[in-house]
Design a protein around this ligand. Structure first.
Ligand code: GLP
Length: 241
């Protein structure tokens, strides 16, 4: 894995945005896999600024989001659908029909997950997948577990993740207990992967991602099996490297 250690959160955001821009400029109809959470927020701001300066055109770009809370409607302020439109898509020239986000309100989970896999395949696969990471090494919502469902699926969130994500909700009880997520093999099938992390709370997960034993109990270690991963971290997340 290629590791880029940058001075600050702003610098990792700029670096990641630059790599996304480069990808789109090389292939205007790129298929991007996109993350949510607090880490990519500044990267999205950077991309919006690049778009406003005319440096990047999203008109042919296709996107697939990594995950979505199960049971939250798309207009719920904590849904990842709302997050993506509010923080990114509403500010660039992406076509609505080119945006794909799992439906957290589906009444047919199996069909929703299967169709998502098919749509990714029909789009030609993901060219560039961007990831954040949970403090427990989860990617997307693939939580540590003895066994992992490798395709898009419904997952039960761990206490640790519910706790970590409760900062976005009024109370811990309001955090959904389940989510839909791309599976590990869905992610690993991407041509290129960028994983971003900021701050010391991610340092241990980043250390394991890079050099821990490959193990489903730290899902991010499975990235070691991919041949084109770039890890972009700030100094906080790099303290154990
Ligand atoms: C959530 C998302 C992940 C994200 C993680 C880290 O659980 N499902 O995709 O990487 O949070 O989020 P943050 O960047 O806010 O620390």
């Amino acid at each position: 894995m290629k590791v880029l250690i940058e001075k600050s959160y702003n610098k990792i955001s700029k670096k990641a945005a630059y790599l996304v821009k480069q990808q789109i400029n090389e292939k205007p109809n790129s298929v991007l896999g996109l993350p949510t959470g607090s880490t990519p927020l500044r990267m999205y701001d950077e991309l919006i600024e690049m778009y406003e300066r005319g440096e990047v055109d999203f008109s042919k770009v296709i996107t697939f989001n990594l995950d979505e809370y199960y049971g939250l409607p798309p207009d719920h302020p904590q849904s990842y659908n709302y997050y993506m439109w509010n923080n990114f898509f509403d500010h660039i020239n992406i076509k609505k029909e080119n945006v794909h986000i799992l439906d957290g309100m589906t009444n047919n989970i199996e069909r929703e997950c299967l169709e998502y896999e098919t749509k990714i395949k029909n789009a030609g696969g993901i060219d560039l997948q961007i990831l954040g990471i949970g403090p427990n090494g989860h990617i997307g919502f693939n939580e540590p577990s003895e066994t992992l469902n490798d395709k898009t699926h419904l997952v039960t969130l761990t206490e640790e993740t519910i706790e970590a994500n409760s900062r976005f909700f009024d109370s811990k009880e309001k955090v959904p207990e389940k989510a839909l997520t791309m599976g590990i093999s869905t992610i690993l099938k991407s041509d290129k992967i960028i994983i971003m992390a900021s701050g010391e709370s991610k340092a241990s997960a980043i250390k394991k991602t890079l050099s821990g034993q490959i193990n489903t109990c730290t899902p991010s270690t499975l990235l070691q099996t991919h041949s084109n991963v770039t890890v972009i971290v700030d100094q906080g997340a790099a303290i154990y490297l």
